[in-house]
Design a protein around this ligand. Structure first.
Ligand SMILES: [Zn+2]
Length: 88
């Protein structure tokens, strides 16, 4: 079994990850990302490369520059339903 690269705890095969992206005050939390491996101890997750790319594309517009700044930087939460719930 693979060990977590962060805390050394054995990692669980398959699970759901929560990733937090921060840039210039904007905070985007993405929950329910299907992960290859998840550490139950520190929540460190290993994502499939294509899934990681899709999540990056999803959050990118939230970090686009808004001029003029009429609103404060938003705090965004994106939650994916589990694959079972979504029937994927
Ligand atoms: Zn860990």
């Amino acid at each position: 079994m693979d060990k977590c690269s962060v805390c050394g705890h054995p990692m669980q095969e398959k699970g759901y990850a929560t990733q937090v992206y921060r840039r210039e005050g904007v905070v985007v939390t993405v929950a329910g990302i299907p992960a290859v491996r998840v550490c139950s101890c520190c929540q460190n997750a290993v994502l499939d490369w294509e899934i990681a790319q899709q999540v990056e594309d999803l959050v990118k517009p939230f970090f686009a520059k808004r001029e003029p700044r009429l609103l404060p930087a938003p705090v965004v939460t994106i939650v994916f339903p589990s694959l079972e719930e979504a029937g994927v």
